[in-house]
Design a protein around this ligand. Structure first.
Ligand code: CP
Length: 299
């Protein structure tokens, strides 16, 4: 049997999803030391990252496993070696878990079948980012007092650059599993077309925000825009940027980060108690340790 990978939210059962979030809050792994004899976790970041990379590095320490850091510039990938050959070579060096970020959507699927190798998707192009959605859910569960029944009927809106968002795509899968009522808010040109079509969508920000318990803003991903699409950002800022006065006291604000301050969010949110942005980062550490624990060490 192949080792388990986590490439999409659909790789997890409902029980595993709730179990990961609850364990991350109540009882995350906490090893006393890293054991260099154990199989290592490779952190292969072929696109920039701060949160996900460092979070997985720290999470690996929490489960007692050594880490190896890779980028594409310093490996034989630049000499044309395939990702499959690279992983099999590293497997021979007792590295069995590969946390991979790549600009190529869907390119990790072919790695599932490699023997003795477990792959965690740390963001594949505009595909998915499952551990981000799971850490968001852990943050929400914490805000709900740890009571999983309170996910049911929670009204969450995701606003912004939906079409290019792997986080929104993972949430489109995760929300119905949790019982969360998800809706999308964006300019019509940023509405997803080939996924998430079952999620209610609107371009009327003012009407939409009032009915929500939680609002998640997304980063405008300029690096994924084509020529001339910058003008869409200017129009977005005028009509969709969220200001503190747009939210009531009871509403919560989330963002996967990094934030473009004064693009999708007013910089006044940097000191706003309704923001859960740094809590998301904090919960990500324990959630990722629980993911490593669940997948285990492939043999
Ligand atoms: N949220 C997220 O994936 O952030 P990084 O790009 O910093 O990892």
């Amino acid at each position: 049997m192949n080792a388990r990978s986590l490439l999409r939210i659909s790789d997890l059962t409902d029980g595993e999803i709730f179990g990961l979030c609850e364990k991350a809050l109540k009882n995350p792994p906490s090893a006393s030391a890293v054991d260099p004899r154990r199989s290592a976790v490779a952190l292969m970041f072929l696109e920039p990252s701060t949160r996900t990379r460092v979070s997985f590095e720290r999470a690996s320490q929490l489960v007692g496993r050594p880490t190896i850091l890779f980028d594409d510039a310093s490996t034989s990938l630049v000499k044309g070696e395939s990702l499959e050959d690279t992983l099999l070579t590293l497997r021979a060096l007792n590295i069995s878990t590969f946390v991979i970020r790549t600009p190529h959507t869907g390119s990790l699927e072919k790695l599932r079948v490699l023997p003795g190798i477990s792959v965690i998707n740390a963001g594949d192009g505009v595909g998915e980012h499952p551990t981000q959605a799971l850490l968001d859910a852990t943050t929400l569960l914490d805000a709900l007092g740890g009571d999983r029944s309170r996910f049911s009927g929670l009204r969450m809106g995701i606003l912004g650059d939906l079409r290019r968002s792997r986080v929104a795509r993972s949430w489109a899968e995760l929300a119905p599993r949790l019982g969360v009522h998800l809706s999308f808010i964006s300019p019509s040109g940023w509405r997803p077309q080939d996924w998430g079509t079952q999620i209610p969508w609107t371009d009327r920000k003012a009407d939409a925000l009032g009915s929500l318990d939680v609002i998640m803003a997304l980063r405008v991903q300029k690096e994924r825009m084509g020529p001339g699409e910058d003008k869409d950002t200017e129009a977005f800022i005028r009509s969709f940027r969220i200001h503190p006065l747009d939210l009531t006291d009871r509403q919560k604000l989330m963002h996967p980060g990094p934030v473009n301050w004064d693009v999708e969010l007013s910089s006044e949110f940097q000191r706003d108690s309704r923001s859960l942005i740094l809590t998301q980062v904090q919960k990500g550490l324990s959630l990722r340790a629980c993911v490593l624990d669940l997948l285990g060490e492939a043999s």
